[in-house]
Structure formats: structure tokens, C-alpha cells
Design a protein around this ligand. Structure first.
Ligand code: NAP
Length: 283
């Protein structure tokens, strides 16, 4: 199986490096030819210019940020054939419909890594959750001897919504508060975070996702375990003046809330303020 990973960033380089240790036909593709350095393995991974790649792949794992997907889509036709499996290894949801292909999957990504220039630091985890079917079972079989763990789900929607809620709370408050996980020590911020999670929970429910009513405490407990100085991807994007993945996380839940008529005053406020931040920073 010819496998391409698109996006030589934190997640893409980590996946490509892990697969290349065992599999022979794994190519990392980026916007230019460049060598990525990955630690703690202390090795390099070659990324190839996507525009120079001519032959199609059997599986393509897309690890660009959600707002970078649109520019990439026209190039995917050249890199695929009728039966190519596409996996979106991204946070957020709602972008699958943009991919005009037969076999498309949203992965829930549990890989923690960070990119700075051509360096990637992998912190922990190598896990992708995917909807179970004949194609993903084949992929899992292939990856079984690699570090990348594929967890097959009977109902991926629940896992996607769980991660959406986890991202909704902590990403929103750290990005808008321009503060790391220690922001939750401020009582009022903690209250805001809970209110956001509660609204997200109600939107998930309206979408038919059944979570236990302990889910908000469960997620707040996860946040409580974060080191004080740990930032989130949206926090770092704000600090580094990079575009934010708002539309695939807060925007997606916001639109679902409107669709179902769920009252989400905290989410509406947070989404509006994030949009304002984005418009000032990048327009
Ligand atoms: P990242 O480090 O910014 O990597 C994105 C990469 O995509 C960059 O190397 C970028 O290239 C490349 N890219 C952008 N447009 C491209 C195009 N048209 N063709 C080829 N390459 C292109 O982002 P990330 O942290 O890996 O995040 C990827 C996704 O995983 C996001 O949705 C994120 O939320 C999610 N996620 C990340 C983590 C984490 O720990 N990092 C954990 C879970 C989920 P340049 O280098 O040229 O800019």
C-alpha cells in the first residue's frame, strides 16, 4: 500500500516518522522539499514538494490545519485513484463534506506534538480513532506493526463530539484569555468553561449523541490534570499570530446549535470574540 501523509507539521511528521520505521512506502508531502527534524527520536524525515509528486497513493492521511484544507483539495485528485482512502487527521469536524472522494474518514487524533520551523517535538501518544469498516480494518492491520495505534470505533461520532467538547472548553478560554491551563484557577473562568461545556453537551445531545451527565465534571477533571504552563493549540496560534481553527471547533458547534435551536449564549459570545480576534490579526 502506498501511503502519503500530507502536512509536515507536528502531527504529520510524527505519523510519517512512526510509519517509516516499519513500512516501506510512506511519503511525507509538504508545500516544499524540506527536511524535518523530530525529537526525542533525534532523526530526520524528508518532506517532498506536493506539486512535484505525480503518482497516486492508496491511502492519504491529511494533517494540515483545518483552515488549510481548502487550498489542498484540488491537488488531491492527482494524488489519488478511485479507491484511495482519505483520513482527515485534524481536530474539529464538518470538513469531510468538502472532500469529493469515495472513502473519506474523520480521525480523532490523540498525538501530542509541536512544530517550530523545521523541528517537531513529539510529547506523547500515537493514536488515531476511526470508524470501523472494511477499509479501516485493512489499514489497522497494516499499522499493527507500527507505533501508530488505530482504534476502530462502532460509532465515531461520539468520539468526535467528545474531543470537540474537550477542545471547546480549554481552547476557547486559553485563546481568549491569552493564558495557559493555569487560567482555570480563576473561579470566574472556571465557571465560564463549565458553561461552555454545558452548552456543547446540549448541542451534542440535539445531534443525537448520548453522553453521561457526568461528562462535564469528567472533562473539567481532565483539564485539572494539565500542567499550569501547558498551552493549547489555539492558545499558541493566538500567541504566534497564526490563524485559528475556529470554524471547525467553536464555529461548527455554533452552527449546529442554530440548526437545532439550542440556546448557547456563552458559545455565541466566545465565537464572536474569536472571530473578532481573527479579523484583527489577519486582515
Ligand atoms: P502544524 O504543525 O501547523 O502542521 C500543519 C502542516 O501542514 C504544516 O507543516 C504546513 O506547512 C502543512 N501544510 C499546510 N498547507 C499545506 C498544503 N497545501 N500542502 C501541504 N502541506 C501543507 O499543525 P499540527 O499541530 O500538526 O495540526 C494538524 C491538525 O491536527 C490540526 O487540525 C490540529 O488541531 C490537530 N491536532 C494537533 C495536535 C498537536 O499536538 N499538534 C494534537 C491533536 C490534533 P508549512 O510548514 O509550509 O506551514
Amino acid at each position: 500500500m502506498r501511503i502519503a501523509i500530507i502536512g509536515p507539521g507536528a502531527v504529520g511528521t510524527t505519523i510519517a516518522h512512526a510509519l517509516q520505521q516499519t513500512l516501506t512506502d510512506v511519503t511525507l508531502l509538504g508545500r516544499s522539499n524540506k527536511e524535518m527534524h523530530i525529537t526525542p527520536a533525534n532523526q530526520t524525515v524528508q518532506a517532498y514538494n506536493i506539486d512535484e509528486m505525480k503518482t497516486p497513493f492508496d491511502a492519504i492521511i491529511i494533517a494540515v490545519k483545518t483552515h488549510q484544507l481548502r487550498d489542498l483539495i484540488p491537488k488531491l485528485h492527482r494524488l489519488s485513484h478511485n479507491e484511495t482512502i482519505f483520513i482527515l487527521a485534524q481536530n474539529g469536524y464538518g470538513l469531510l463534506s468538502q472532500l469529493p472522494f469515495k472513502h473519506i474518514y474523520q480521525a480523532v487524533v490523540y498525538i501530542s506534538a509541536q512544530k517550530s520551523d523545521n523541528k517537531v517535538v513529539h510529547f506523547r501518544d500515537y493514536r488515531l480513532h476511526l470508524q470501523q469498516d472494511v477499509h479501516t480494518r485493512k489499514l489497522k492491520q497494516l499499522f499493527d506493526n507500527t507505533k501508530i495505534e488505530i482504534v476502530l470505533e462502532d460509532d465515531i461520532e461520539e468520539k468526535i463530539w467528545y474531543k470537540l467538547l474537550v477542545n471547546l472548553g480549554i481552547n476557547s478560554i486559553t485563546a481568549l484569555g491569552k493564558n495557559t491551563a493555569q487560567i482555570l484557577k480563576i473561579k470566574e473562568v472556571e465557571t465560564l468553561c463549565r458553561a461552555l461545556l454545558d452548552e456543547g453537551y446540549k448541542v451534542a445531545q440535539a445531534e443525537g449523541i448520548v453522553f453521561p451527565d457526568t461528562i462535564i465534571d469528567e472533562i473539567m477533571n481532565i483539564y485539572a490534570g494539565y500542567p499550569d504552563l501547558m498551552g493549547t493549540s489555539m492558545y499558541y496560534d493566538v500567541i504566534n499570530q497564526q490563524p485559528l481553527e475556529i470554524e471547525a471547533i467553536q464555529g461548527f458547534i455554533y452552527r449546529k446549535a442554530k440548526e437545532h435551536g439550542v440556546h448557547t449564549p456563552h458559545l455565541d459570545t466566545v465565537y464572536a470574540l474569536l472571530l473578532s480576534h481573527q479579523s484583527l490579526a489577519y486582515n
